[in-house]
Design a protein around this ligand. Structure first.
Ligand SMILES: [Zn+2]
Length: 417
């Protein structure tokens, strides 16, 4: 039976969200946490973007040395041969790609203004797929942007053309959050049955249905005989109203009525990492977790009213579907209320050694600590907020890789395109 996998797109859809962003170190930490959680793939960035290339290369090195393994690191690129060329020029070791192009008449007409038609889209996409294979790609997904507003016969034709050129998966993008669980089920099932291709489900929350649509789409792919790859973001952060929240979607797949008995994960997800991951993303994005967020919100396991409190004290299952410990919650958190030494872009060596000493990381002497401190200062220039413990430890453990991903050198004028 076909299975469900997760592809997290926080480091792509999440960071392209208006008003929000992540430092390259924060993006790296997210990849590390996703890997620890057992997520199949991270869409880790934009290989054609110049300021992203050293971060992407550094993360691929982390994969080489086993730190980012087994998670698959995949880059998002527009489906154009020129962009594929540029991606491999900037990040030669990239091997997994998703190639994206609009497929709805609304977007083809609205974006290209009559300069391109449906046949041009097919040609551009297949040329891009061919180019990616020529440069050494190992896996390719093809994204149909605005799939939910695309004519179904054309969408099938598009997917079959991608398949014919060797693409592994088709991404059904409900780019505007237009689908309902009923409509996405019909569309994805038709797509699965007619293409016999694994399907990625990419949903947005403009109508408040991103998680519901994601599991309906996954069910449709599996009922149609194909594996489903659900796209998520941490805390649902993404364009406009956001994407399907990772933790909520894992909970929906594994805990909702009757679903888990029939529709199973292809790779186990360690939900006990959920709390840490959600908290880190909230801190890194500077966006608080809503009080009522599934699983990780402050109220997800809080009970006040008499009947509920009495009921949950007698037996938690009276009012809770799952236990807080399953999400890695329950450990008390220490919050410093007095004197505190934090990292910063102007930190000095004595404060830094004190800070690292509290994490049982000691340096022989001042000179030993200085190069790491220098990297920490640079990381703070990007983050503009104190680094968390795991970030400091990462820099101390992998200074060469940290140096690479913290290096931001704009190309000179002639090279800027
Ligand atoms: Zn999206």
């Amino acid at each position: 039976m076909a299975k469900i996998y997760f592809i997290d797109v926080t480091n792509r859809d999440g960071v392209q969200t208006a008003r929000l962003g992540l430092s390259k170190l924060e993006k790296t930490m997210i990849n590390i946490y996703l890997n620890r959680m057992g997520i199949f793939q991270s869409e880790f960035g934009f290989p054609t973007t110049a300021h992203e290339s050293l971060y992407l290369q550094a993360n691929l090195e982390l994969a080489d040395i086993g730190v980012l393994r087994p998670i698959r690191l995949e880059g998002w690129v527009r489906a154009s041969a020129a962009d594929i060329e540029r991606a491999f020029a900037l990040v030669p070791s990239i091997r997994h790609l998703n190639l994206s192009i609009s497929t709805s008449d609304q977007m083809i007409n609205g974006k290209f203004q009559g300069r391109r038609g449906r046949a041009d889209i097919l040609r551009m996409m297949t040329e891009a797929v061919d180019t990616a294979w020529e440069h050494g790609a190992k896996s390719i997904g093809v994204n149909a942007e605005d799939a939910s507003r695309t004519d179904m016969a054309y969408l099938v034709e598009f997917a079959l053309a991608a398949k014919e050129h060797g693409a592994h998966r088709i991404r059904y993008c409900d780019t505007l959050g237009y689908d309902s669980p009923f409509s996405i089920y019909e569309s994805v099932k038709t797509l699965a049955e007619n293409t016999k291709m694994p399907i990625e489900i990419h949903c947005h929350g403009d109508l408040g249905m991103a998680v519901a649509n994601s599991i309906a789409g996954a069910k449709a792919a599996i009922d149609g005989g194909q594996d489903a790859y659900i796209n998520t973001t941490i805390n649902g952060i993404g364009e406009r109203a956001g994407n399907a929240d990772l933790v909520a979607t894992v909970l929906a797949v594994t805990k909702s009525k009757g679903f888990a008995e029939k529709y199973q994960l292809g790779k186990p997800v360690d939900l006990t990492k959920a709390w840490m991951l959600a908290k880190f993303a909230s801190y890194a994005f500077g966006v608080p977790i809503p009080i009522n967020q599934p699983g990780v919100g402050a109220n997800a396991f809080a009970h006040a009213s008499g009947i509920h409190a009495d009921g949950v004290l007698k037996d938690p299952e009276n009012y809770e579907l799952y236990d807080f410990a399953e999400l890695g919650r329950g450990e008390p958190e220490l919050v410093e209320t007095g004197r505190e030494i934090c990292s910063g872009e102007y930190s000095g060596v004595s404060g830094f050694r004190h800070l690292m000493g509290r994490m049982a990381m000691s340096f022989k002497d001042t000179e030993d600590a200085r190069p790491i401190l220098e990297l920490v200062r640079y990381a703070n220039v990007e983050a503009q907020q104190p680094l968390v413990k795991d970030e400091l430890l990462f820099i101390a453990r992998y200074p060469q890789i940290a140096r690479k991903l913290l290096t931001l050198t704009p190309p000179d004028g002639t090279a800027i395109s």
